[in-house]
Design a protein around this ligand. Structure first.
Ligand SMILES: NC(=O)c1ccc[n+]([C@@H]2O[C@H](COP(=O)([O-])OP(=O)(O)OC[C@H]3O[C@@H](n4cnc5c(N)ncnc54)[C@H](OP(=O)(O)O)[C@@H]3O)[C@@H](O)[C@H]2O)c1
Length: 383
């Protein structure tokens, strides 16, 4: 465990090295982990746990998830069960149904939970808003949370690449006196690179704000606004898209990921630097009231109400598909498809052999470039 001073706040960070395989085995060796739901998180977390030597069973209703679980090698009657049976067999029950599914299936989960089990969530949603969800865990179980900061697909992909995903963890109720250890061990075993502590409430408030805000909602809103202005002012679709999305995702965001915002600014033209430094404040000023409104809607439970109402409808997937199709069919994303297709690596004309050659050359070139990159990184760190 490391205490890190982050932005003036001392935070405790749990790393993989704090829970090496022998310690994981000691804590989880006798547990049967029932993963309820086999969506993106259920799939990623269950496969990682299994590969880490944990005894895992899956609990899902018959349907697309059941089929997918069978395709992945889970065996009906042995490692694949209906939800009630899996909950009964689990000493750890990882509730990874969709949040609306958690509400619908709560009576079944609650009825079959064993005393002393650990009831695990990857989102504070169900527990923090009991009025809307009805989820009130009984007193005789541990209630814990590990929330990977990324899609279940990334959880699995990073694990297979030997990397980790950062996750938050929280203990809501400690019945057995072992809740914290169980929680952290599970967090490491599902593939987290490091874990930081939170509460159920803070996790759900920040998560709902983040995905509605900068991570997904706000970013698309901003991109769309800029794209529309450029188009209205007579710029071509490809120019508007390149200046709004392609350059961001292909060039600038990876630089932010590598070394931070100042590093990205430092690696742009002086003209771009001046403009960005002058304009980020007006954008912040314009959007902060919207973020405040959003946070209020999250903390009042309004976002939960809207989400559960929409996602509990029978035709939820059909309506979602319609909304997503409208985005795909909009000019901006039709242009996006064409622009992505123009990336050399996506050009059909490149035969596999040619591709290999280019890759080799590219590897050589990037190998040559590395020292310069390292020097630049050092320079940036010094600043
Ligand atoms: N996705 C993410 O990026 C992410 C990241 C961190 C945390 N989380 C959290 O992880 C949890 C799982 O999310 P997810 O994205 O993996 O969900 P998801 O992909 O939507 O998975 C839904 C699963 O729930 C089942 N399900 C839904 N409604 C059901 C019902 N009424 N009865 C029985 N089964 C039902 C589905 O089965 P069918 O196939 O039969 O419909 C499917 O197996 C959520 O709490 C979420 O907030 C998600």
């Amino acid at each position: 465990m490391k205490t890190v001073n982050i932005g003036g706040v001392r935070e405790k960070i749990i790393e993989r090295s704090d829970y090496p395989p022998a310690k994981l085995k000691k804590i989880l060796g006798k547990e049967t982990v029932a993963i309820i739901g086999y969506g993106v998180q259920g799939r990623g977390q269950s496969l990682n746990l299994k590969d880490n030597g944990v005894k895992v069973i899956i609990g899902v209703r018959k349907g697309p998830s059941w089929k997918l679980a069978m395709e992945d090698g889970w065996v009906p009657g042995k490692t694949l069960f209906e939800v009630d049976e899996a909950v009964r067999r689990g000493t750890v029950v990882q509730n990874l149904l969709s949040d609306a599914g958690q509400k619908a299936m709560w009576p079944v989960v609650k009825e079959n939970l064993q005393e002393g089990a650990a009831l695990y969530f990857s989102h504070g949603f169900s527990v923090v808003y009991p009025k809307q969800t009805g989820v009130r865990p009984p007193k005789n179980v541990d209630v814990i949370l590990v929330a990977p900061k990324g899609s279940g697909t990334t959880v699995r992909r990073h694990f297979l690449e030997g990397r980790g995903i950062n996750s938050s963890f929280a203990v809501h109720q400690d019945f057995t006196g072992k809740a914290r250890d169980r929680c952290i061990a599970l967090g490491i075993a599902i593939g987290s690179g490091y874990l930081f502590e939170t509460t159920f409430k803070k996790e759900v408030y920040s998560d709902l704000t983040g995905e509605r805000g900068v991570l997904m909602g706000a970013i698309y809103g901003l991109w769309l606004a800029q794209y529309e202005v450029l188009r209205e002012k007579g710029h071509s679709p490809s120019e508007a898209f390149n200046e709004t999305v392609e350059e961001a995702t292909q060039s600038l965001y990876p630089l932010i990921a590598e070394n931070g915002m100042d590093w990205m600014y430092a690696n742009c033209s002086t003209t771009a630097q001046r403009g960005a430094l002058d304009w980020f404040e007006p954008f912040k000023k314009a959007s902060k009231p919207v973020f405040k409104k959003l946070y209020k809607s999250v903390s009042s439970g309004e976002e939960t109400r809207i989400t559960l109402e929409a996602n509990s409808k029978k035709d939820y997937r059909k309506n979602l598909a319609k909304e997503l199709k409208a985005i795909a069919d909009s000019e901006m994303w039709k242009v996006g498809k064409v622009v992505r297709g123009l990336r050399p690596e996506n050009q059909e004309g490149l035969a596999a052999g040619k591709k290999k050659k280019r890759t080799k050359k590219a590897t050589k070139a990037s190998a040559k470039k590395k020292p310069a990159k390292k020097k630049a990184a050092k320079r940036a760190k010094k600043r």
